[in-house]
Design a protein. Sequence first.
Length: 414
Amino acid sequence: MRPGRFHNWPQRLTATALAVVAAVSCAPGRTAPPAVAPGTPAPAVAPNKAVAPGIEEAAPVDASPASPLASADASAALASAVVPASAELPPEENGPFVETVDEFVERLSLDEKELSVRVAQDLGSLGSMSVGKPNGGALINGVHMPESEHWQLIIPQLAWGTEETIHYLTTAIGAVVEQFPDSHPMFIGHLSRQEGGPLRPHRSHQSGRDVDLGYYYVPERAEWYRPATKHTLDRARTWAFVKALITLTDVEYIFMSTRVQMLVKEYALSIGEDADWLNSIFEFRSRNPEPIIRHTWGHRTHMHVRFYNPKAQAMGIRSYDALARHRVISPQVRFQPYLAKPGDSYAQLAQLAGVQAKTVEDTNAGRPLLAGRVVVVPVRGDVVRVDRLDVPVRRLPPGPSTTHATVVASPLDN
Ligand SMILES: [Zn+2]
């Protein structure tokens, strides 16, 4: 195993992307979409109605507002803001998940026409995209979690994520292996389906950013889905893993039962981790309203980790319209032209499309529905439109920040 250098440039890139998004969002004549608080459940979405029965197929009209990242201007601003930063980057190593800032900026800065051509003819060249939300989304150009002696895929067919998600997982497991070479394999449950979308029995796991993971156990108790207790849990390895996730990757949150949090937090305190920092990341015995590690029912047997994907989410926002136009995704709302027949009513069309009658009426400016007239029907799809990317800076422990420069061994570097 060869130690690989961890680059933190996506974090810097995101900070710049956020500045650009904020600037564009606040531009005159544009309303800034509401920020989505971490952990806010996505609204329920109607079942996929790619083609609503009774509604004729025709070229869809996209009348939805452009998102801040979905404009060439915003991307160009992002490009000029970010490119100089590439000069400070350490020499890039060649690896499956390494891309220079310039290469990423080039992807993100394609104009609408180029994007459209790429989606139609060379989708793979756009890289991994996490589109929509974890509870109503899609995964484009998913990457399969590779095989390794350091982890075990419980259901390999459901082990697809974005490049970033796969890289983050291998990085965090690699950090544990580096510290404890004799660890049992990490058990990896569901990530996403290859194309994302609904995955039973979960509400999330749809956009390549969610993963169910086992805990590290004492050797004789190592088994997928075993409840973590003071007798079964390997606190040192589990803490090493959680710490690596939080400090070396972009984690939105980790679901972990309170009782397991107690064991892990107590261990971290016992080895001298900073108490304030622990209070900021654990929900257990903390007043922080926004902990990363949260209790949710059912997470005594496994952890659920949701990553932020600075690159895959930015590309997902940027490409949403092109993906919808080419029907790679079924967008949240698409606008379908319809030739009215005698006896049609807005209420009837609305029922077929799975939306409110008033929505159809408003879309057509309240004009009477006459036979022979073409009207536009908004049809519900299942990939939610997202307008902004909000990745907070990593919550690092106090003291000299060696974390970003930490050399971690990734088993993928073999
Ligand atoms: Zn899960």
